[in-house]
Design a protein around this ligand. Sequence first.
Ligand code: TYD
Length: 210
Amino acid sequence: MKGAFIVFEGLDGSGKGTMLTRAADYLFNEYKSFDRLLITREPTYSGTGKQIRKMLQQSDSPMSDAKRLLQLYLDDRKDHLEFLRPLINQNCVILCDRYKYSTLAYQQTQGIPLDSIVKLHEKMLIPDIVFFLDVSPAVALQRIKESRSSTEKFEKEFFFEELRNNYLKLPSVLPNENIKIVDANRSKDEVFEQIKAYLNNFFKTKMAEQ
Ligand code: TYD
């Protein structure tokens, strides 16, 4: 079986990290025909990723540093893909927390034109599946409030409203990409059941094609 590249996307507080680790656990136990399972994220924890995290801490205003952040996310992604590409061509399943869809949604919300962000990603690897965990901004902010004492740069209601709309536009902007919108306002078990069904469908079809 050749590898697979699966991405989890959503607002902060959408539960994508939880769903990614549940998916990893499930795939690791249920599908033993691939050689490796890798969990990774963007921004990464490399040099550029660290620079991004520092910038995110330096300003609390969601609209600031748009162009600089766009460049940093792109540089970080290019380095990340250099690392991932050989694994994709092997028999490795990669689960990634955020990818280009975050840039398409967040930096668009910061004011960068969508078509220019689409162009910058034209030659980049297209995932096999993208799960967009769709939560209402109010639910996302409530979950963030319950899990930590402070909020981060982008975690503001007006920003989240626009961000969610921008995420929801992506399936029609990228009609050839396999973006699944999952209602993530539900319980963790219900959300994961739906993700599991998509994963089973994908892996069973893939294995039948071998
Ligand atoms: P996040 O997933 O919250 O990282 P972690 O949980 O590891 O700290 O990502 C950090 C922030 O960066 C988050 O608010 C979303 C934002 N972001 C963008 O604006 N554009 C991007 O391209 C990516 C990957 C993230």
